[in-house]
Design a protein. Structure first.
Length: 220
């Protein structure tokens, strides 16, 4: 059952999962069986529920939080930053020439590269930073309590880490670099959609100006 869960993509609202779990526990408690049997079944159900909930917010390939997770986390951090005037920097990075990697070495190599870059991000950024696989070869990082000037140090450290990974796949060297865009929440940004659009535009500036670089949006 666990293996089957690991291979599935979940898009189940959290409140629905909670309701299902609550109803199942209630039904089991009405069974005419020994109490210890009921508790064992409930423990098994709770494990499957917890695993299902985890998979619903996790990217199966990289182990990072997925886009669904990003949407809910980003909204909370955005609203918190507005309410308390906290510093908040949003980062988007993209693996350069990823299609060429897939075309040259095959999609299994592409998956290998995605996992290695994700692991590099986990090793580089702070434990308090939130890293998400946004889709395909794009990733997003939420840096709380961080302004744009503070962000450049970890971002450049990450970029250089990826650049020097020296990956080998089936005895073939694979060169990997990333382009990075970052934007700090500023008074001119009124919605989270504007915030995301701004960082997306900054990422494309990095890609269109030569790749393997970090571009910071102006704070206005």
């Amino acid at each position: 059952m666990v293996d089957e869960l690991n291979n599935l993509d979940f898009d189940i609202p959290d409140n629905l999962l909670d309701e299902i779990q609550h109803n199942i526990e209630h039904i089991i408690k009405t069974f005419d069986v020994p109490e210890e049997n009921k508790m064992e079944v409930i423990r098994q159900i709770n494990y499957i529920y917890t695993r299902t909930k985890y998979l619903s917010i996790t990217d199966n390939l990289t182990g990072l939080a997925n886009r669904r997770n990003f949407e809910s986390t980003f909204e909370k951090e955005f609203l918190r930053a507005l309410r308390y005037n906290n510093k908040l920097t949003l980062v988007m990075f993209d693996i350069d020439h990823f299609k060429n990697i897939n075309d040259t070495f095959g999609h299994p190599c592409g998956d290998f590269v995605l996992r290695q870059v994700a692991n590099s991000a986990l090793q580089t950024f702070r434990k308090t930073d939130s890293i998400f696989r946004f889709g395909g070869e794009e990733f997003v990082v939420i840096l709380t309590e961080t302004d744009i000037n503070q962000a450049i140090i970890p971002l450049e450290r990450f970029r250089k880490t990826v650049e020097t990974l020296g990956l080998t796949y089936q005895d073939q060297e694979v060169t990997v670099t990333v382009s990075i865009g970052a934007c700090q929440l500023s008074p001119s940004i009124k919605t989270k959609e504007e915030f995301l659009q701004k960082v997306d535009e900054t990422l494309y500036q990095a890609k269109n100006s030569g790749r393997n670089k970090t571009i910071l949006a102006d704070f206005v």
